[in-house]
Design a protein around this ligand. Sequence first.
Ligand code: NDP
Length: 480
Amino acid sequence: MIKIENYINGQLVAPQMGNYLDNVEPATGRVYSLVPESTESDLELAIQAAEAAKENWANTSLEKRAEILCRLADLIDINADELAKAEAIDNGKAITFAKAVDIYRSSANIRFFAHAGTQFSSESHAMGNLAINYTLRDPIGIVGCISPWNFPLYLFTWKIAPALACGNVVIAKPSEVTPMTAYLFSKLCIEAGLPAGVLNILHGTGGSIGGPITTHPKIKAVSFTGGSATGAHITKATAGMFKKLSLELGGKNPTVVFADCDFDETVSEVVRAAFSNQGQICLCGSRIYIERPIYDKFKATFIEKVQQINIGDPLAASTQHGATVSEDHMNKILSYIELAQQEGGTILTGGKRRTLDGRCKDGFFIEPTVIEGLSNQCHTNQEEIFGPVCTIMPFDTEQEAIKLANGTQYGLASSVWTNDLKRAHRVAKQIEAGIVWINCWLLRDLRTPFGGVKSSGVGREGGLEAMRFFTEPKNVCVKY
Ligand code: NDP
């Protein structure tokens, strides 16, 4: 059985206390590897390594840093098949999806920020004939990056790449539910020649190592992606410590379909928005509002397409819909489906665990589920389910659609489907979300600000926003 190791000071090492957790393959329900349950003593070693590496990395030229990061991106591409397979086994996602989305974006993230580092500049503010101000943007020092299980390597690299490109040294924790690709990645870091101590990867639970990373006094900034409750916990735990925090949290995203949309394309994309990655994307559109004149037609076509989604072994190339990430998570999703029915909802399709034959007979598969007949205020429409479950609801006016879309505590993403240009702009302006997609979903330009409002987070990632987060600005004012 594979024993995953931490990556500290450029080496793969066992956890100090020698404790490991089981790592389960969601498609089979079987333990297939062991994950270190790191503790504060592992963190201290990582801090020492990071301290020792800090100055050299901060003073390494931009070009050299970019060269090493690009080598790392190339190694991801070279090993894309192995990494995609590892992600499919570890997470339960379909291998074709893992390769096209997760692994593709992981190398793209690193390459993007490697180049961004060489292009980043700071501001200057002239005060007439009196003085000139310029801004220095220095690395912060040791930063913490904590990522979730839904896009393991993709979100891991999305955080560490800008941190490293800006000259910081990093202590990172992937989710203990999906640690494998971060482990394989640590081997690639060694191969790419990343200097020892510049990146340290500690595996373990939120309690054993996530919490200690966020509260360690030497870690001056924390970039976190995960649930809103964990984000709130981190905010409280670090209160009074004056750390920089970037929190990318949960979502309950609206999809607003107007009657004048391009019907066929919209239905296909709304299916994709609801069920990609088994609905385990913070950006998935799980509340679907449809303008009443096309409601019945949309509903019929939507259900037909949802029923065509191919559920299967994540390792089969033809699979579109794999397993949910864990037994606990599967049970949580199933309990929400139960609750939806108690709240008066009707299951239009799906609604059950799916049992497959052969090696996946004990896997955590859930059918793509569509529910109708619920109010906007019920738990099903207010709480993040983070699985293959969506609701559909009719609306009559643009104002009503906006009110429904904004009617949750979340504000991460949204999509609007219409051919009326003026309305598209009008609605986009009024929707409370960090991202509004018009006639598309998950179209991502890495230069754009990424993040949420309300309970969906604080701060933005992406492009210059990430570079600003991972640097400390200092104003220098020079009198003429
Ligand atoms: P969690 O909040 O449970 O965990 C996220 C990470 O934080 C994991 O590595 C976790 O470790 C760790 N963690 C848990 N508790 C603590 C703590 N007290 N201190 C520090 N770290 C801790 O989220 P999930 O992994 O379940 O991911 C799903 C959530 O992530 C969903 O809510 C989803 O919406 C959100 N998400 C948001 C995105 C965004 O960009 N806004 C993108 C993707 C997901 P462990 O694995 O041990 O729990």
